[in-house]
Design a protein around this ligand. Structure first.
Ligand code: ATP
Ligand code: MG
Length: 202
């Protein structure tokens, strides 16, 4: 039996509302895991979807969110299938629980995708709504929708319900990690710890 702690064949789905810090936390956690000798691969769900969307003339991720639900559904399935064939490493999937579309909230992980992805762990990154708002305002690398603190609060409530539901559907445990202002290191450590516990797949 493999005794090394950091080799767990984890397939971790990391979610959270836009601007909460998912990509920042995941990138640093993967760096740490790779430095410790674990082969950890990050798959950014939106980037995989965008690869397909670009073939349809879509320019960027923020424009992709405005496509019809039907089109997004097709793009999602393609991305999930790309991820499902990645083996022999820890896989961290950077994605969203839902996307606000003109037709309402569309799930980032409907049941058919959860079935394809088959996660071992579900992690939601969270933070104070005021901090999320400030991060969105400060981040000029993205063309984000500007919404109120109240609507961020509401999105966080829906996100919590959705991650719990995803856990029930998959049987994978879920954890909510707080990414506090200037405490990025703590959030990264928590994610590294989740991935360092040996999983059932060993
Ligand atoms: P999206 O869903 O839109 O991809 P995201 O959840 O991946 O967003 P990031 O792009 O990682 O969010 O982070 C958003 C902004 O918040 C960035 O400018 C990042 O530097 C900043 N940020 C992330 N974590 C913290 C933190 N703990 N303290 C302060 N700023 C942070
Ligand atoms: Mg991101």
């Amino acid at each position: 039996m493999e005794e090394n702690k950091i080799h767990c064949n984890a397939r971790v789905v990391v979610v959270g509302v836009p601007g909460v810090g998912k990509t920042t936390v995941i990138t640093k956690a993967a760096e740490r895991l790779n430095q410790a000798g674990s082969n950890t691969k990050v798959m950014v769900f939106g980037t995989l979807m965008l690869g397909e969307a670009k073939k349809m003339g879509v320019k960027d991720r923020d424009e992709m969110r405005k496509l019809s639900v039907d089109t997004q559904r097709r793009l999602q399935e393609m991305a999930a299938k790309d991820i499902s064939v990645v083996r022999s490493a820890n896989v961290v999937i950077d994605t969203h629980l839902f996307i606000n579309t003109r037709q309402g909230r569309y799930p980032g992980m409907p049941q058919n995708l959860l079935d394809i992805l088959s996660p071992t762990h579900l992690v939601m990154i969270s933070a104070d709504p005021e901090e999320i708002f400030a991060r969105r305002m400060q981040d000029d690398t993205r063309n984000r929708d500007l919404i109120s603190i109240d609507s961020i609060k509401n999105d966080l409530e829906v996100a919590t319900i959705m991650i719990a539901t995803s856990s029930v559907l998959t049987g994978a445990p879920f954890m909510i990690i707080l990414n506090r202002k200037d405490r990025l290191h703590d959030a990264v450590s928590e994610l590294v710890e989740v991935m360092s516990v040996k999983g059932e797949r060993d």
